[in-house]
Design a protein around this ligand. Structure first.
Ligand code: FAQ
Length: 336
C-alpha cells in the first residue's frame, strides 16, 4: 500500500474547523489555526490585562511602608506579590500567541498599549487599600470569572488560578473595611470618603457602555467575552449594594434604587467623558504610573542581562557536556 501524502488543509476548512471548535465550547490551543483578528484581539486583551496587574501594584505599593501594623503589611505584601504573579501568567499566556513579553512592556511604557483606567487614581488613605480590595478586586472577579470559560485555552486556564487569588484579595479588603468601620468616627469617615472616590471609577473598569464598545460583539461571537460590559457592570452593582449596607457605607449614587420588576438595582450613568480622558492618558496619575514603570524597567536591565548571560553560560556548558559524552560513548561501550 502506498502511503498517502497529507493534503494541506485549505484555509476555508481551517476556518470552518476553528468555528466548529468555538461552537462546540471547546478550546483553541496555541498550535491550532486561528484567524489573525482573533489572535490580535486576544493579544490586545491579555496584554492590557497583564499590564493592569503590573501597574495595579503601584497604588497599593504606596502604602507598603506605611501599613498600620505588621499583620497589615504582610497581607499587603502578599497581595502585591500575587499581582506580580498574575501579570507573569498573563504575559506567558500572551507569549503563546507569538508575541514577546519585552515587546509588550515596550508598548506599555511607550503608551501604545493600555492598562485599566482604575489604576490611574491616587490612594490617599489606608482605607483606599481596603476599598481597592473590596470594589476593585470585586469588579475584577465579576469580569474575570466568565473569562475562565474563554475560548482560548491558555488565557482561560490562567484565569482559573487568578480568580482564586482575587477572591482572597476581595475578602481581605472587606475585612479591613469592617475593622475600620468598627473603629472611631474618623475611621468610618475615612472609609466613606474612599468609597465616594472609588465607586464610579470601579464601575468604569467594565469598559464603555455596550453601545460604545467596538469590540464586544466580535469578542462575544468568538467566546472570548461571555457577557457585555453593561451586563457585568449590573451584576457587580447587584452584588455590591448588599455588601455596602452590611458595611454601613453609602454608595454615592442618588439614582440607586431596587427595581422590583427586574429583580436588580437601577443605578446612575458613570461620567463616560472621565473614562475617555483617563484611558487617553489624562487621569490623575497616568504620567506617574508610566514613569514609575519605565524607571523600574530600566533599573531592572542588569537583572535581565545577568539572566541572559547565565542562560548562555548554561547552554554552553550543556553543549560542551553533550559533545564530550558523544565522544566518549563508543569507548565506554567497547570497555564493557
Ligand atoms: N481601562 O470595546 P471595548 C485587576 C479600552 S485587573 C482602560 O469595550 P473590550 C486586578 C479597550 O481595551 C483589571 N481601557 O473593549 C487587580 C478598548 O481598547 P482599543 C483589568 C479600557 O476589550 C485588582 C477600548 O477601550 N482587567 O483589576 C477600559 O471588548 C486590584 C474599547 O472598549 C482586565 O483587563 C478600561 N477600564 O472590553 C490588580 C480584564 N475599558 O480597542 C491590582 C480583561 C475599555 O482601543 C489591584 N479585559 N478599555 O485598543 C476585559 O475584560 C476587556 O478587555 C474589557 C474591555 C472589559 C476591559
Amino acid at each position: 500500500m502506498t502511503a498517502e501524502v497529507a493534503e494541506p488543509v485549505p484555509a476555508q476548512t481551517q476556518e470552518e474547523l476553528f468555528e466548529a471548535v468555538i461552537a462546540a465550547e471547546q478550546r483553541i490551543e496555541p498550535r491550532d489555526w486561528m484567524p489573525d483578528a482573533y489572535r490580535a484581539t486576544l493579544i490586545r486583551q491579555i496584554a492590557q490585562h497583564a499590564h493592569s496587574e503590573i501597574i495595579g501594584m503601584q497604588p497599593e505599593g504606596n502604602w507598603l511602608t506605611r501599613a498600620p501594623s505588621l499583620r497589615r503589611k504582610a497581607i499587603l505584601l502578599a497581595k502585591a506579590q500575587d499581582e506580580a504573579g498574575h501579570g507573569l501568567y498573563l504575559y506567558a499566556a500572551a507569549e503563546t500567541l507569538g508575541v514577546d513579553r519585552a515587546e509588550l512592556t515596550e508598548k506599555l511604557i511607550s503608551g501604545r498599549q493600555k492598562y485599566s483606567s482604575i489604576f490611574n487614581y491616587p490612594t490617599l488613605t489606608y482605607a483606599d487599600v481596603g476599598v481597592i480590595g473590596w470594589l476593585v478586586d470585586g469588579a475584577a472577579i465579576c469580569n474575570q470569572v466568565p473569562l475562565c470559560r474563554c475560548s482560548y485555552g491558555p488565557y482561560a486556564r490562567a484565569m482559573v488560578r487568578i480568580c482564586k487569588e482575587e477572591s482572597f484579595h476581595q475578602r481581605q479588603g472587606y475585612e479591613l473595611l469592617m475593622t475600620l468601620m468598627r473603629g472611631t468616627e474618623a475611621q468610618r469617615r475615612m472609609v466613606q470618603d474612599a468609597v465616594d472616590r472609588w465607586w464610579w471609577p470601579s464601575l468604569m473598569m467594565f469598559g464603555p457602555s455596550d453601545g460604545d464598545s467596538p469590540n464586544t460583539a466580535r469578542s462575544m461571537a468568538w467566546r472570548i467575552k461571555r457577557h457585555t460590559n453593561d451586563e457585568l457592570r449590573r451584576r457587580f452593582v447587584d452584588m455590591t449594594v448588599p455588601q455596602a449596607e452590611h458595611l454601613g457605607v453609602t454608595l454615592p449614587d442618588p439614582e440607586l434604587r431596587w427595581n422590583e420588576e427586574r429583580g436588580g438595582w437601577d443605578f446612575g450613568e458613570p461620567d463616560w467623558s472621565e473614562l475617555t480622558r483617563v484611558i487617553h492618558g489624562q487621569g490623575p496619575c497616568n504620567t506617574q504610573r508610566i514613569d514609575r514603570r519605565r524607571a523600574a524597567h530600566e533599573d531592572g536591565a542588569w537583572v535581565r542581562e545577568a539572566a541572559t548571560a547565565y542562560a548562555a553560560k548554561r547552554r554552553a556548558e550543556v553543549g560542551a557536556r553533550t559533545a564530550d559524552e558523544a565522544q566518549n560513548t563508543p569507548e565506554q561501550e567497547n570497555g564493557k
